[in-house]
Design a binder for this molecule. Structure first.
Ligand SMILES: Nc1nc2c(c(=O)[nH]1)N[C@H]1C(S)=C(S)[C@@H](COP(=O)(O)OP(=O)(O)OC[C@H]3O[C@@H](n4cnc5c(N)ncnc54)[C@H](O)[C@@H]3O)O[C@H]1N2
Ligand code: MOO
Length: 418
């Protein structure tokens, strides 16, 4: 009989090989945070170009919001100090104050003026009574005692003062930020140039969606997904296409990607198999770390530099490719893009499922929220793309052992948080 002895059977590609040190997720993230710095220049743009861009400098209000004291309601304005005791009857002055149409005269003590929401308070007015609370007579109004001084008015600058820092550098601009800057008289801002991200799919088996697929071939699913994520993050995507398992072609693709982009995302060929050219090339460039991260799904993740350009060699399985992008590449790209390191925000909610997990690695499950509870996809298979589409977020299971029972709290991170 042959002396060749088989190893113990694990049948788990996530089982920890003996003697291999697995890097905890937090250590891997800390390393990325420490090693990377912003790589993009800046530009001066107007507000209509600003959505999703990243501020390169703080934004300072040029004008207060509101710029002048004004009324919050439609009603009648007067000087509080001129009111007598008890119920009131005030004659009103001719004219009215409306938003954008200032009343230039003075409202004498003991008189009221018709005033409409947003109108600057005329001289002599510091308090407004709601029109629903008055009886309108011939040239006068009556209302009950009890109104407070300053009622229904807004002070100048109560929201923002001129000179306030309203947004800080690194902020990714939201629709609400556009409103805030516009109100504060800011029309031009300094932002970082968009991060340019190159995407490459590798593998002989891949064909383009819609093309004729021969037996053994599959459609390239990772490239459309990665391209979509990059667009969602607000970066420019440079689509390098599909590259077959040919080291020289991949080398040329890396060269092109590095000359056009700030960071490269590849999928497939990341492990150490015969056709795993991504890791082989990064190794050859002398700047490759095969990350053995205590993490699922996402084994292996190859991280390296192609002549100074960071490369994320994502696993080929689509679920692993997407989860690795969200957990590792996303915060790294935030740093590269000038936004600074950004952690996804999660929250704890009851589970609708039970799950046992051994210690030693962090796990992410495809999940979604229904009726305030977290559901997970029926399979953890890393090629089950339908589960990515089904999911609206991830459940994060901590590095240690877990024994989750139905209704236990689990950490849910919505996709929008990445
Ligand atoms: N002996 C072992 N084999 C494997 C292990 C292991 O630990 N021991 N790990 C498995 C896991 S987990 C993953 S993930 C993959 C990672 O390998 P690669 O990154 O080298 O990926 P490939 O082998 O190229 O592809 C894996 C899988 O994904 C499909 N794929 C690749 N690209 C695409 C694409 N653009 N669109 C759709 N599907 C894609 C590919 O056809 C394969 O089925 O290794 C396992 N094996
Ligand atoms: O971890 Mo592989 O990276 O699950 O599919």
């Amino acid at each position: 009989m042959s002396p060749l002895k088989p190893p113990p059977l694990h049948d788990d590609c996530f089982a920890l090989p003996a003697g291999v040190d697995w890097t905890p997720v937090d250590d891997a993230l800390a390393l990325l945070q420490e090693r990377l710095t912003p790589v993009v220049g800046t530009e001066h743009i107007s507000l209509d170009q600003a959505l999703g861009r990243i501020l390169a400098a703080p934004v300072i209000a040029k004008r207060a919001n509101p710029p002048h004291p004004n009324t919050a309601v439609d009603g009648y304005g007067f000087a509080f100090a001129s009111l007598g005791v008890g119920d009131q009857v005030l004659p009103f002055v001719d004219g009215r104050a409306a938003a954008g149409l200032r009343f230039d005269g003075n409202v004498p003590a003991g008189h009221a003026i018709r005033i409409l929401t947003g109108a600057a308070l005329p001289d002599g007015v510091d308090t407004v009574i709601l029109q629903e609370d008055v009886t309108l007579g011939d040239g006068e109004i009556a209302f009950r005692a009890g109104i407070k001084p300053g009622a229904n008015t807004r002070k100048a600058g109560e929201d923002v003062q001129a000179g306030d820092e309203i947004l800080s550098a690194g902020r990714q601009i939201t629709p609400a930020d556009l409103a805030l800057m516009a109100s504060a008289g800011v029309a031009q801002i300094d932002v970082y140039k968009r991060l340019k991200v190159a995407v490459i799919s590798t593998g002989d088996e891949l064909v383009e969606a819609g093309a004729q697929a021969a037996p053994g071939q599959i459609y390239d699913a990772n490239r459309p997904m990665l391209t979509g994520l990059i667009q969602q993050f607000g970066y420019d995507c440079i689509d390098i296409g599909r590259i077959t398992d040919d080291r020289e072609k991949l080398r040329a693709a890396f060269d092109r990607a590095a000359s056009e982009a700030d960071v490269i995302l590849t999928s497939g060929g990341a492990s150490a198999g015969d056709e795993d050219h991504v890791s082989a090339l990064l190794n050859e460039a002398g700047a490759m770390t095969e990350w053995r991260i205590a993490f699922k799904p996402g084994r292996p993740l190859a991280l390296g530099l192609w002549y100074d350009t960071p490369v994320f060699g994502l696993p080929g399985n689509p679920v692993a490719a997407m989860v690795c992008t969200l957990i590792f590449a996303r915060p790294a790209m935030c740093l590269l893009s000038g936004q600074g390191w950004t952690e996804p925000q999660g929250f704890y909610l009851p589970a609708t499922f039970a799950k046992n997990k051994k210690p030693g690695r962090r796990e992410y499950l495809r999940a979604r929220l229904r009726d305030g509870k977290v559901e997970v996809f029926k399979s953890e298979g890393s090629g089950r793309i339908s589960g990515l589409s089904w999911a609206e977020g991830l459940v994060e299971l901590p590095d240690g052992p877990v024994n989750i029972q139905e209704n236990d709290l689990v950490r849910y991170i919505p996709f929008q948080s990445f």
